[in-house]
Design a protein around this ligand. Structure first.
Ligand code: NDP
Length: 498
């Protein structure tokens, strides 16, 4: 059921302010003066407007980022001072946690309780973690033995240098957190940034940019251009002044990014879609596995690239787990994100609602059985009931494609070899889950799964220290952990004849 709430919002002050983009430390309108509408997806109503930046604005932002990278307070700053500013960004996020959670809830639709417990502290933690890296990025020395220079001596070492100006394009499912995942390592390595948030959810990135200036970030180091992907995003991805593009979003647009970047061979990292298998063995602790499997798909309304959307259940416990997950789905409180009782909010946009219900209708036409859910909820906003499907397989779009909504397809299996092969039958390879009390079985299955992350007896655990990214068409490169530092640095080998 859809519930409403009269929220006294910490975010009201921010929402009342006119929104501008950040370019070279100044808040500016789009060059041509156009704006785009920002919706509250729970109400389907316009709550704000932001500038609709375009190629011209991207030019100005990239020029500012280039200046800041080449010769500025930032480029001359010690790693220690850089780390202190990044740490301060994390502190300011925590100090403004309630406000940021409310902005995120109104803009994206997610429950404010979830944004407060997960998105906001994870974003702060990412900056705190990356702050420590600023002083720990270094090369190595090498004892080299050059066969064609007998008797000669050399001093050989590597330098790790920032890759340069980075264009960062982020999606709407975790707007603040995805911005943090990208900004943290860029700043730790000394890069400068032009960030483009998603058209649906630009608000938290603008508030974060204010906090970054408050933290002492020099002008031009981070620039934020709000606007549409086809215009501002495309201009950024192909801009000759950008050295690297970091993107999170659909596999379809990821391929466009790669093509745009190919022109001058920019560095590219892309974190894309998924259709992740979540495998429940009959020997699993079902009291944990059933809610675990439900949360694997229903967390963030299924708008999660790692969502466990293909639920493989061992035949012996198929009915029990199917009923358990369906009962769990039926009890989820669907409502406006600002309502403290809400457990699942609306989808992010009318477009996403149409997309998800389109998949459900296609499944219905093809004879896939809806165990529970399967429909839009309420007349206002973009709500879809938590949905469990049975009987889908290869050839059904609900089984093959990333739905990005609260929809799971359950599939029975009879042994480990069968489920390992089935789990990998997808173009994606982002994540996978295994539920079993037999750790030998789990350890044997883990290397067989083509996935960037495997969770065992848990799901959706993310941490700033743990790399995240995909195999196959789920992307290139990794976010977070030490691995992401390499994605934002070039290695320079130096060899000095002595
Ligand atoms: P997109 O891939 O279109 O959006 C992601 C980001 O890319 C947004 O900032 C978007 O801008 C931008 N973008 C769009 N087109 C271009 C372009 N030509 N050049 C550069 N940037 C561009 O995802 P959608 O919002 O359309 O969602 C569609 C599907 O994508 C979802 O149903 C889901 O399957 C998948 N998706 C996956 C995500 C993930 O975490 N891996 C996150 C979001 C979506 P703008 O929004 O302003 O147009």
């Amino acid at each position: 059921m859809v519930t409403t709430v009269e929220a006294v919002s910490h975010a009201t002050r921010f929402l009342k302010q006119p929104k501008r983009m950040l370019v070279d430390g100044a808040w500016v309108d789009a060059c041509h003066g156009r704006t785009l509408e920002v919706y509250d997806p729970a109400l389907g109503e316009v709550i704000d407007h932001v500038p609709a930046g375009d190629a011209e604005d991207v030019d100005l932002a990239v020029a500012a980022a280039r200046r800041a990278f080449a010769d500025s307070e930032w480029s001359r700053m010690t790693a220690s001072d850089r780390g202190r500013i990044i740490w301060r960004v994390g502190d300011l996020i925590l100090e403004h946690a309630d406000e940021l959670a409310e902005i995120e809830s109104m803009d994206n639709g997610k429950p404010v309780s979830v944004a407060r417990a997960a998105d906001v502290p994870l974003a702060a933690d990412l900056f705190h973690y990356m702050a420590g890296f600023a002083t720990k990025i270094h090369g190595q020395t090498f004892p080299i033995s050059v066969p064609y220079a007998p008797g000669a001596q050399f001093h050989a070492y590597t330098l790790k240098e920032p890759v340069g100006v980075v264009g960062q394009i982020v999606p709407w499912n975790f707007p603040l957190l995805m911005a943090a995942w990208k900004l943290g390592p860029a700043l730790a390595t000394g890069c400068t940034v032009v960030l483009k948030p998603a058209e649906q959810t630009p608000l938290s990135a603008l508030r974060l940019a204010e906090l970054m200036l408050d933290a002492g970030l020099p002008n031009g180091v981070v620039n934020v251009i709000t606007g549409f992907g086809e215009t501002a995003g495309a201009a950024l991805a192909g801009h000759p002044g950008v050295d690297k593009v970091a993107f999170t979003g659909s596999t379809e647009v990821g391929k466009l990014i790669v093509k745009a970047a190919a022109n001058d061979l920019k560095r590219v990292t892309i974190e894309l879609g998924g259709k992740s298998p979540n495998v429940v063995f009959a020997d699993a602790d079902l009291e944990t596995a059933i809610p675990g499997a439900a949360n694997a798909i229903f967390f963030n309304h299924g708008q999660c690239c790692a969502a466990g959307s293909r639920l493989y259940i061992e035949q012996k416990v198929y009915d029990q787990v199917l009923v358990g997950v369906s009962d769990y789905a039926d009890k989820i409180m669907v409502g406006r994100g600002l309502d403290p009782d809400t457990e699942m909010g609306p989808l992010v946009s009318a477009e996403q609602l149409e997309r998800v219900t389109g998949f459900l209708e296609a499944g219905d036409r093809e004879g896939v059985r809806t165990v529970t859910g399967g429909t839009q909820v309420g007349e206002h906003g973009y709500f879809v009931a938590p949905t469990v499907l049975d009987g889908a397989g290869p050839g059904n779009s609900v089984f093959d494609e990333e739905i990005f909504g609260p929809v799971v397809t359950a599939i029975p299996f009879s042994d480990t070899a069968e489920v390992a092969a089935a789990a990998n039958e997808t173009i994606y390879g982002l994540a996978a889950g295994i539920w079993t009390t037999d750790l030998t079985k789990a350890h044997r299955l883990i290397p067989q799964l083509h996935a960037g992350t495997v969770w065992v007896n848990t799901y959706n655990i993310f941490d700033a220290a743990l790399p995240f990214g995909g195999y196959k068409q789920s992307g290139w490169g990794r976010e977070m952990g030490e691995e992401v530092i390499h994605e934002y640095t070039e290695t320079k080998s130096v060899c000095i004849g002595l």
